[in-house]
Ligand binder design. Sequence first.
Ligand SMILES: Cc1cc2nc3c(=O)[nH]c(=O)nc-3n(C[C@H](O)[C@H](O)[C@H](O)COP(=O)(O)OP(=O)(O)OC[C@H]3O[C@@H](n4cnc5c(N)ncnc54)[C@H](O)[C@@H]3O)c2cc1C
Length: 466
Amino acid sequence: MNYDFIVCGSGPAGSALAGRLAERPGVSVLLLEAGHTDERPTVDDPSRWVENLGGPAVWDFSTEPSPAVHDRRLFYPMGRVLGGGGSVNGSTWVRGHRDDWDFYARETGDPAWSHKSALEIFDRIEKGPLRITTASKAHPVTEAVLAAADQVGLPRYFHPNGRLMESERGAAPRQEIIHDGRRLSPYRAYVGPRPHANLTVLSGALVLGVLFETIGPRNRAIGVRVRHHGRLRQIYASTEVVLSLGAVQTPKILMLSGVGDAAELAACSIEVRRHLPGVGRNLDDHARFPLPGLRVLGDTRAGCFWNLSSDEPPTFMEVRGGTFHIGMRMRDTGRIRLASADPEAHPLIETGFLTNPADLDSAFRALDTARAIGQGRALRPYVTAAETEQHDVRDTVGTFWHPCGTARMGLDNSAVVDSRLRVLGCEGLRVADASVLPRAPVAGTMAPSVLVGEQAAAFITAEHAL
Ligand SMILES: Cc1cc2nc3c(=O)[nH]c(=O)nc-3n(C[C@H](O)[C@H](O)[C@H](O)COP(=O)(O)OP(=O)(O)OC[C@H]3O[C@@H](n4cnc5c(N)ncnc54)[C@H](O)[C@@H]3O)c2cc1C
């Protein structure tokens, strides 16, 4: 089988890329996905997203034990279904802060990643294929959170994606990928149940590695090895292979294909094609800290943000399942490593959560702010005291499921892709997903991932004059 382009992974980035490429007439695109159908009630109904965790629509990863989290293994689920994380996530749409985008532009030396450029692309995305809705302000508990946040100095905005993402702090009703009460995932929006005739979607197809041909000193990606319905297959791409497997599995497949740190590959008896020591490093995720002692009666659709442009780690807060949850970028990053050369083996995940003592202090300060909001006058009718056991954040920290940065763009020795998302030293191979972001944005990572997919489509279209 031969296609012009093979896109591996149908998450927000892969779907945006495959959908856009297939708009070009005469271009054949194959979208590969290990997971299966997204026609599931827990995907359709955005309020049931938590039910996906631990079920068949997610990869049930867990992290390596670390003394910083009292040697616990943190549950680290990622979407494994058509649509990837966009099918199982909490639906919130946050574009990222002005400083995030300008940081990416500085790191890459490419204005294509600037805030100004990102705003133009988001405007295009949000006018269709995606439709973003703003949660109703008439919702009483949402209104109470916004009022309580205002009382502690977080001014109220109409939604989180305008001026708030150019400010230091604020609160707003959430924006979400929900249309007529149903989840409109990036997969559904860009690929849909009836994709373009030149786009083939193969679900249940586990990508095992990238196939290369060697021409003198050059490596050129020519296809992928796949396990589909128990059968091993090789599928070829005449123009490019793109990895959009998410920030946990894109580095894993790169390493299995011989692209990574030479010493680590050798330790797993993998032949080195290209020494790129940055593959799998720089895992940047938001740690999640539940606030003990307070329970919210009823759901709320507000988001609170602070330290968006300061020396303290940027912080956001949401109420999920009656609990206030803080999300915070950490000062230290983690990494993804191979457990072995077996493509079916889960990778080893080290998060770096709370390994830097300054992050512990920041977490306490953030919990104090969250508590002040929770105890605000406006929230009194909706908040009750909950039993508090002795509380140690090292026992309760988890992931907010926003891994980024493990195949990052950049100009230095630890960069994995250039600013046009081409894997360094490998022809015909790009990465387009959350792995390329040099650091986690201030809050959710779905919107930035869709933007990465759009960027990849624009770069590829221009480069190959499609
Ligand atoms: C539980 C949860 C809640 C979240 N909530 C939010 C939220 O409310 N708002 C927000 O902004 N962000 C949220 N996120 C994060 C957001 O969903 C991700 O940042 C986003 O999905 C990343 O997109 P991606 O394209 O990089 O990769 P992914 O979405 O991870 O997609 C990668 C795809 O590749 C497939 N794949 C991986 N390996 C292979 C292989 N070897 N072969 C074939 N296919 C493979 C996977 O099955 C998956 O479908 C959440 C994530 C999770 C898991």
